[in-house]
Design a protein around this ligand. Structure first.
Ligand code: JHZ
Length: 392
């Protein structure tokens, strides 16, 4: 791995602090990012044990956003129509936003975070609260193989990625399909969204890197959809190599050439990105300092895992942002890791109380702006670091 970016000492992104933990020393790790010139994988260099991140206290729920709920619902309808699966499985089923669109006897959830698995189990969905690996794949598919495996924003969180794909190959029927969705490295670089890098995001995949990694597990991409989700994601349709029933779409070739044209196969592209990130930090700090000098009241919107990287990298703490609004019950009343900014229960934005809003959940800008149109109409302002630090 060749290192290209150092985002400093960072706490664990989803380790929100309780009030009584504010004076305790937080565990930090060095967030450095590297590029592997052999298989083009971009990954964080110092990983945190999975049990420290994905456990019974996991705070993120997929169902929190209207955008995500409706996307999962539409996708489930589409996949059922297209592939007619008798048995489906989701790796990282979270609180059930995707699997709830299936009949209970036709879907299995895999969710190692016990607090989330409890939610789907309670609703009657078969859920294994375990980490996905070869052992679990064998256990589940020994009697009946899976026709459709779906995984969104999960496989990029798992270190031993080749084993993960081998386990998928093992569990799938010969005509089975893996649908995989994760942030796109190309969009992350284009948007200068360096906050896609944090402890949980071990990888940010490109088509180039996935193609090479899948090959090791005898799998291959046969179609791709470019999505706007999470600031730009790719949905990959993957099959067994020996399966000739699906034609390889021209989208695969066009995505590969787009990525090559951008230089995702070259180290110097990543060095350029790192230089731009440094400038972005400088300019975001400047926006904060200017607003503070003018005595503006600043709050944050959406206490995301991504925010942890930006806030800690750009030295933004509770002295610069009064509080964050977030709708997630697990997060309310706690404090963002490192920056120690309190998280409050969401209230409609009001220009009588707030001047400027830092958009932590910049990936949900459209949904949030729709909700807050009164605030904007009355002169309230949002600002973000994506694709460059600016007041919107
Ligand atoms: P959101 C998490 O990252 C962690 P985060 C994880 N590693 C990952 O990959 C992605 O999810 C998928 C709040 N919100 O989705 C809810 C409001 O308060 O960008 C969430 O806390 N009001 C698994 O945390 C946060 O913002 C709103 O109107 O970076 C959004 O988090 C909306 C729309 C959201 O993921």
């Amino acid at each position: 791995m060749k290192k290209f970016l150092d985002l400093g000492n960072q706490p664990l992104a989803n380790s929100y602090l309780k009030k009584n933990q504010l004076n305790q020393k937080e565990k930090k790790f060095r967030l450095e990012i590297g590029f592997n010139p052999k298989n083009f994988l971009v990954s964080i260099l110092n990983t945190v044990p999975k049990e420290k991140m994905f456990n019974k206290n996991y705070p993120y729920k997929s169902s929190e956003s209207f955008t995500m709920r409706s996307q999962f619902q539409k996708l489930a309808v589409k996949l059922k129509k297209k592939f007619k699966p008798k048995l489906s499985l989701e790796i990282g089923s979270n609180d059930g936003a995707f699997i709830k669109n299936f009949k209970k006897e036709e879907v299995i959830g895999i969710e190692p975070c016990k607090n989330l698995a409890k939610i789907t189990k309670k609703k009657g969905y078969k859920t294994y609260s375990e980490y996905w690996d070869i052992k679990l794949a064998k256990k589940i598919s020994s009697k009946k193989k899976i026709d459709l495996i779906y995984s969104a924003n999960t496989l990029s969180h798992i270190k031993n990625i080749s084993e993960i794909f081998k386990a998928i190959n093992l569990a799938l029927t010969d005509n089975g399909v893996l649908v995989l969705e994760d942030p796109s490295l190309l969009e992350c670089m284009r948007n200068l969204a360096y906050d896609q890098f944090y402890c949980e995001h071990i990888y940010v995949f490109s088509t180039l890197s996935l193609q090479k990694t899948l090959k090791v597990a005898d799998l291959e991409i046969f179609d791709i959809e470019n999505l706007t989700t999470h600031g730009g994601s790719n949905r990959y349709y993957i099959k067994k190599k020996k399966n000739i029933n699906f034609k390889i779409s021209s989208k695969v070739k066009s995505n590969l050439s787009k990525e090559k044209k951008f230089g995702l196969n070259k180290f110097k592209t990543y060095k350029n990105f790192a230089n731009k990130v440094k400038k972005s930090k400088f300019n975001l700090e400047k926006i904060f300092n200017d607003l503070i000098k003018k005595n503006k009241k600043i709050i944050g919107y959406g206490a995301t895992a991504k925010s942890c990287t930006v806030l800690n990298y750009c030295n933004i703490n509770h002295k610069k942002i009064d509080y964050f609004y977030d709708t997630t019950s697990f997060k309310i009343g706690s404090y963002l890791p490192g920056s120690k900014i309190p998280i409050r229960s969401y209230q409609k934005l009001d220009t009588k109380k707030i001047d400027y809003v830092f958009l932590g959940a910049w990936n949900f800008k459209d949904e949030i702006f729709k909700k807050e149109k009164e605030f904007i109409k009355n002169g309230g302002k949002f600002f973000t670091h994506v694709p460059f630090p600016h007041i919107i």
